[in-house]
Design a protein around this ligand. Structure first.
Ligand SMILES: Nc1ncnc2c1ncn2[C@@H]1O[C@H](COP(=O)(O)OP(=O)(O)O)[C@@H](O)[C@H]1O
Ligand SMILES: [Mg+2]
Length: 238
């Protein structure tokens, strides 16, 4: 469904992503793991057109989207929920959700989707008219995810959805991903919380120092103590 081929991302002379190739199949949850600074955010941001690619190609559902702007990529059904739960702080929950649907013209269905996601994220229903900045970190993450869903993605990329959240909220977010998978959504999830992410994933990739160092079945990865310790345990620097 999504193919990244030989992607290179540079900040000036610094190469943050060096020749990375990966794929996500329809219906899968795929984890992209690795220590801080590995290049995960750079890779997913470049994939959706937020950052320029110095080299490589991105193909989504058979279409070459390498040079497409992020606004267009969203209309094809590929959406990124960025790191750091960026919601519009001074806008209400309702307004944030509507903005997620800004590229859609099917107004009646937008209203239906809002109803659906308020059921899936009941806390957003309670907070519907509050500004986003009055929400807790976990609630803001739910809003960021619900807002992304409002664009009707076929493939949703989530960059560190559990970062900085209490364990109970982290569990809820992973449960939501399982629910979303059942609705047919395909996901690529960037996580430092490797054990939890692999539990819900079909496959996983590990990045370190800008390159891919491992790819395989999630269960095999989770069972490999060497990999988990070397790349994913205790915040090993890349
Ligand atoms: N805007 C930027 N300018 C310069 N270097 C950056 C920028 N953003 C990230 N980097 C560098 O690129 C590398 C990869 O960062 P990032 O993609 O954020 O990794 P990760 O998401 O895996 O933590 C790091 O060395 C980081 O310092
Ligand atoms: Mg990151």
């Amino acid at each position: 469904m999504l193919q990244l081929k030989n992607i290179v991302v540079q900040y000036g002379v610094v190469k943050a992503v060096r020749d990375v190739s990966l794929h996500v199949g329809k219906g899968e949850i795929v984890s992209l793991l690795g220590p801080n600074g590995a290049g995960k955010t750079s890779l997913v941001s470049a994939a959706v057109g937020i950052l320029p690619k110095a080299a490589g190609t991105v193909t989504f559902e058979g279409r070459n989207i390498t040079r497409c702007a992020v606004e267009q990529v969203v209309t094809f059904g590929l959406t990124l929920t960025p790191e750091g739960r960026r919601v519009f702080a001074d806008l209400s929950v309702a307004e944030n959700l509507h903005l997620g649907a800004a590229t859609r013209k099917d107004r009646a269905e937008v209203a239906e989707d809002i109803d659906r996601y308020l059921k899936m994220f009941p806390i957003l229903s309670e907070r519907f008219h509050q500004t986003a900045k009055t929400l807790s970190g976990g609630e803001q993450q739910m809003l960021a995810i619900a807002r992304s869903l409002m664009s009707r993605p076929k493939l949703l990329m989530l960059d560190e959805p559990s970062l900085g959240l209490a364990p109970r909220i982290v569990d809820r977010i992973f449960e939501l991903m399982i629910e979303l998978k059942k609705t047919g959504l395909t996901m690529l999830v960037v996580e430092q919380n490797a054990t939890e992410a692999l539990r819900i994933s079909d496959r996983g990739y590990i990045m370190a120092g800008g390159t891919l160092v491992y790819e395989g079945e999630a269960a095999a990865l989770a069972e490999s103590e060497d990999l988990m310790e070397h790349y994913l345990g205790g915040g090993v620097a890349a």
